[in-house]
Design a protein around this ligand. Structure first.
Ligand code: UD1
Length: 340
């Protein structure tokens, strides 16, 4: 019988790509989302890519009764938890909203995983837990820094909640994947990132500027101590990132874990500057982007990129797509959305 994987937040940007890759790998995927930060576009795209409709449940994981009922009516082998708020700035102005939503939903999922027993939990963490660091690239052993936003703090707290739960409840095993900067879209252009309002992240801002939805991209800071003065990040293709989840889920379900709680960096290992990303976007898509330098954005770290060695060794996963291909896919997706 196929193993069932619950994807909380499965109608969102990362969740929809993970749903496709899990289904392609032969898993039965149960998609659950409260639709608070997305519409049905990505779920419908997933159905078109797969040629069938994975089961979809509209529910809020902060509701313990709804969470219990989902686990009581389905035999769930693994959960991948994406259902969380993710805007760094908003988390600073609405910290309680972030703590309530991001922590409660995860606690409810762990509670049900514990009751059910034999459930594996994958948490979507972030490179934000490393903060500003001189020692680059970062490995999973690099120390975490104090979080600079409530959003970042919820990532650290959820990692700790998972680590402690796994230690206390033998029925649960856990993996935290620390993503670097996920970008791009599915090559079909049927699923992708759909930010509400003005995008905070670089690539959606670039594609919206290119299509004319935004007038001009501001490049935050030109005097950082980097080769071209702009920040360095590790931009990871969304389909590559989604595949890492399939590797992690199979490691848990097939009982290949070396410890009951493991952490992996999910990045390419290549630093790319903001200007390099813009140049590459212009070149591969054959267009000119309207951009200007602007002051530094508060809270930005100068540079961060992954050492992805552990994921390659233990998960058998490696980033494959080039930044150029990823930026082509991001642009195809933007055009698809504009034409809808
Ligand atoms: C942020 C979050 C990270 C989260 C990620 C999701 C922090 C500190 N950062 O990362 O946790 O996982 O989003 O993808 O918590 N930039 C511009 N102009 C723009 C937008 C961005 O120049 O309009 C620059 C930024 O200064 C930065 C780079 O582009 O150097 C990437 O920014 P962004 O896409 O927002 O990601 P991060 O801040 O790295």
């Amino acid at each position: 019988m196929k193993a069932t994987v619950l994807v909380s937040g499965g109608a969102g940007f990362i969740g929809s790509h993970v749903t496709v890759e899990l289904a392609n790998a032969g898993y039965n995927v149960l998609v659950a989302d409260n639709m608070s930060n997305c519409d049905m576009t990505n779920y419908e795209g997933v159905c078109r890519i797969l040629g069938y409709k994975p089961e979809f449940v509209q529910m809020d994981f902060c509701d313990p009764a709804a969470c219990r009922s989902l686990f009581e009516t389905h035999k769930i082998d693994a959960v991948i938890h994406f259902a969380a708020y993710k805007a760094v700035g908003e988390s600073c102005s609405e910290p309680l909203m972030y703590y309530r939503n991001n922590l409660l939903s995860f606690i409810n999922i762990l509670e049900q995983s514990k009751l059910q027993g034999g459930c594996n939990v994958l948490f979507s963490s972030s490179a934000t837990v490393y903060g500003e660091t001189d020692k680059l690239p970062v490995t999973e052993q690099s120390p975490r820094q104090e979080a600079t936003s409530p959003y970042g703090n919820t990532k650290q707290m959820c990692e700790d909640i998972l680590r402690d739960s796994v230690k206390a409840y033998p029925g649960i095993k856990g993996i935290a994947l620390r993503y670097f900067n996920p970008i791009g879209a599915h090559p079909s252009a049927l699923i992708g990132e759909l930010p509400r309002g003005v995008p905070n992240n670089l690539v959606p801002f670039i594609t919206q500027t290119a299509i004319g939805k935004r007038e001009c991209l501001s490049v935050f800071g030109n005097d950082y101590p980097t080769p071209d003065g702009t920040c360095l990040r590790d931009y990871i293709d969304i389909v590559d990132l989604a595949k890492a989840h399939v590797c992690a889920v199979s490691r848990m379900i097939d009982e290949k874990m070396k410890q009951s709680y493991e952490i992996f960096n999910i990045g390419t290992g290549r630093p790319v500057s903001v200007l390099e990303l813009i140049n590459s976007f212009e070149k591969v898509n054959n267009l000119k982007l309207n951009w200007k330098f602007a002051p530094r954005r508060s809270g930005d770290v100068v540079a961060i990129w992954a050492d992805p060695t552990l994921a390659e060794k233990e998960l058998g996963w490696k980033a494959e797509r080039s930044v150029d291909d990823t930026l082509k896919a991001a642009w195809e997706w933007e055009k698809h959305i504009a034409g809808k």
